[in-house]
Design a protein around this ligand. Sequence first.
Ligand SMILES: Nc1nc2c(c(=O)[nH]1)N[C@H]1C(S)=C(S)[C@@H](COP(=O)(O)OP(=O)(O)OC[C@H]3O[C@@H](n4cnc5c(=O)[nH]c(N)nc54)[C@H](O)[C@@H]3O)O[C@H]1N2
Ligand SMILES: Nc1nc2c(c(=O)[nH]1)N[C@H]1C(S)=C(S)[C@@H](COP(=O)(O)OP(=O)(O)OC[C@H]3O[C@@H](n4cnc5c(=O)[nH]c(N)nc54)[C@H](O)[C@@H]3O)O[C@H]1N2
Ligand SMILES: [Mo]
Length: 584
Amino acid sequence: MLADPPPWSRRLARSIARTRAASKKKKKKEKYLTQDNIDAQLWRRFGTSRLERTVCAAPTGTVNMALYGKMPSITYRDYPEAKLIILWGVNPSASGIHLVPYVREAQKRGARLVVVDPRTTALARSADVHLAVKAGTDVVVALAIHRYLFTNGYADESFLREHTHGADHLRERAEPWTMARAADVAGIDAAALERVAELYATSAPALVRCGWGHERNRNGGNSAMAILALPAVGGKFGVRGGGYSMSNSASWGIERTWIGTPEPDTRAVNMNHLGRALTEYTDPPVNVLFVYNCNPAATVPDQRRILRGLAREDLFTIVFDQVMTDTALFADVVLPATTFLEGYDLAKGYGPISLELARPVIDAVGESRSNADVFGDLCTRLGLLKDNEPTGELDVMLRVLDQLPDTIGADLRAGGRPTPPCGASPIQFVDVFPNTVDRKVQLFSAALDASAPIGLYRYQPDPATDRYPLALISPASERTISSTLGELPRPDVKLLMHPDDAAARGLADGDLVRIFNDLGEVHCTLSVASSIRPGVVSLPKGLWRRSTRNSATGTALVPDTLTDLGGGACFNDARVEVASLPNA
Ligand SMILES: Nc1nc2c(c(=O)[nH]1)N[C@H]1C(S)=C(S)[C@@H](COP(=O)(O)OP(=O)(O)OC[C@H]3O[C@@H](n4cnc5c(=O)[nH]c(N)nc54)[C@H](O)[C@@H]3O)O[C@H]1N2
Ligand SMILES: Nc1nc2c(c(=O)[nH]1)N[C@H]1C(S)=C(S)[C@@H](COP(=O)(O)OP(=O)(O)OC[C@H]3O[C@@H](n4cnc5c(=O)[nH]c(N)nc54)[C@H](O)[C@@H]3O)O[C@H]1N2
Ligand SMILES: [Mo]
């Protein structure tokens, strides 16, 4: 619902007239107001290092782009049409609660539910089959399903011929993954896996919800690749409720950023290597760090190294945030930011393909200012803006609205909810097709194959050692959004462990424990329950340092290694040991 804008936003109306008169309506694409606008202008013209934003969705995004060119996917309202739903490495009960009623409705109408997750999530409890895989093994599980489809005559040969390239490579690489072998690697029951393959082969419409839990490890890219290839091989497209479903964040076709300056050829820093950049890079060293929309002391791998970097006396750190985060505590200068209650933005749905103009409902609190205003001011004072370039939030807003395709901008201004170019609920391969060169699915690409450490559709073994045998995962919790809202009080944070693992270590529910590896250690309380599989332990994602006994959180145990494709974070490749805390 749109609230009435406050009186100061009448300026918007005046600026609309002014900017319209002044602007020459270039047909380029734009993104949000909170980043990739004036901020990018500033960094580009200033010539800073470039940041590769890889902590989230880098492998899945890379693969989705390669396979399908990020084709729009099944929206939530079509879930009830499905007869089979596979929730793969996603926990909507915490990370997207608006999806849950649609899954429940589908179940009421008789749909089968499969959940692939090392934890027994709320939806896994009511699933027809729950595959509690070991973390990082999804690629072989999906390949075993491909093999089943190919060898039992369920592969849709005519779809593969007409709409895809590279199916033979996929078939060949799936060949070694028999049910028995894949089940052994994933630590699951081979009969349960075969049941899933059979359900998938024989159900229509069948829907795969590809989440992010399975991407956060060394095999993340190939995992997403094998999962997203399933509907192509199984011939699941072309019907409402059939195909795959993701966040649909690219489905408006307005993804490309609008920035007046081309990207310079300066050094690119993978965000997962921030700790290294701050402590090791010498040519040149990083002397200034500007942090906004981010709380790296809590959320980026290798926390100990990040904190060491942030603590450098010779590093000038500016943190621009709404609250005093763990990162802001290290800042030389803290700039207060407005929240979404205080400014304009374009808000996209998460799953649904919706877009709304968010308007302020309160005036800016205290001295807080919006991103665009602050970056506009910095640019102006540094003399970096050209004539007619937007200098603040309202100007940028108008540019964005003007450059949206068709009547979308006008609809948004009028307070409406525009319909996306592909329709609000497209059917894959009826209403929308891959945005690839020839509108075909690229099941195999030589370039991608060469860029992965051991190639496409291949499995890199578990990094566990005798010293650190347990896989620590850190999925989204219902208490925070990544680390956002982490300043609020939260109950005692607990490490979740299976009873067998606890018994093997002489640990009991409620014990104080240390979780450790060569990168660091975390002290907290233990929760023992069979809602997680043996060999895997779990801490919530996005914890602030105050949530544990020793001011270290899950990211202190996470290596800064990268995923096979896309240079993504390997949060769930942390391998640890857990012991009772001495003198506790
Ligand atoms: N409340 C809340 N909502 C959020 C967020 C939040 O922090 N809190 N974060 C937002 C963001 S930024 C994102 S990216 C999304 C993420 O949302 P999701 O896609 O749900 O991703 P995760 O929470 O990382 O993990 C989902 C599930 O994958 C499981 N998992 C872990 N490792 C593996 C594995 O190797 N294989 C498989 N099959 N499963 C595995 C976890 O146990 C977890 O239940 O949520 C968004 N929504
Ligand atoms: N252990 C572990 N760590 C993880 C993950 C995991 O699975 N496990 N998941 C990763 C994932 S998926 C993600 S997306 C990252 C997210 O990690 P980050 O990118 O660090 O995002 P947040 O933790 O949400 O922090 C965003 C900050 O921006 C501030 N902010 C919000 N709006 C504005 C604004 O308009 N202007 C300004 N200036 N500031 C604003 C908020 O107050 C908040 O402090 O975390 C990653 N970290
Ligand atoms: Mo994320």
